[in-house]
Ligand binder design. Structure first.
Ligand code: PNS
Length: 162
């Protein structure tokens, strides 16, 4: 039976840290589903469909090995998506103790709800300080986000707007 892992998140926008975790998950599992989910606790910059498209481009550009599907989920609990596609594992990246504190309650709730286990992966330390919120801030103030995000994202954020 093929082992499917779900890598969920807001991905607003996807960063090099996210991409690093997606790549590690793809090396570890038969199939990886990158799932964009609206987080009501965060003010969104990009529409969900745009986030999906930027991740798709980034995954294609990085030529990652393995089977990676990029999608979104707005039909309720993340574990409902996991059950629907037969995924028993969620993969999350951990940069620091702050992330451990943020992720642990979600991991336990997801396990209680549907016996879906969460595996924490450590990204390359080079990405330890990269976050979508910092990227949003730098982009909004006209800074260069290229060191922190895939090419698809920096091109999109830095394209001139009408
Ligand atoms: O990148 P984020 O914002 O930290 O990702 C958080 C996210 C979207 C994965 C989380 O909020 C989530 O899973 N939301 C879906 C709703 C849900 O299942 N909630 C209960 C368990 S946390």
């Amino acid at each position: 039976m093929s082992r499917i892992a779900v890598v969920p998140g807001s991905f607003d926008p996807v960063t090099l840290g996210h991409l690093d975790v997606i790549e590690r998950a793809a090396k570890t599992f038969d199939e990886v589903h990158v799932v964009v989910v609206h987080n009501p606790g965060k003010t969104a910059l990009l529409p969900i469909a745009q986030r999906v498209s930027l991740i798709e481009q980034a995954v294609a550009d990085a030529r990652l090995a393995g089977t990676i599907r990029v999608t979104s989920w707005s039909m309720g609990l993340l574990v409902d998506y996991c059950t629907e596609v037969g995924a028993s594992v969620i993969v999350k990246g951990i940069r620091s103790q702050v992330d451990v504190a943020y992720e642990t309650p979600m991991a336990i709730v997801n396990r209680d709800l549907a016996a879906v286990e969460t595996i924490f992966m450590l990204p390359n330390p080079a990405h330890a300080y990269v976050s979508s919120s910092l990227v949003r801030q730098v982009a909004a103030l006209g800074g260069d986000v290229a060191p922190y995000v895939p090419r698809s994202v920096s091109d999109f954020l830095q394209a001139p707007r009408e």
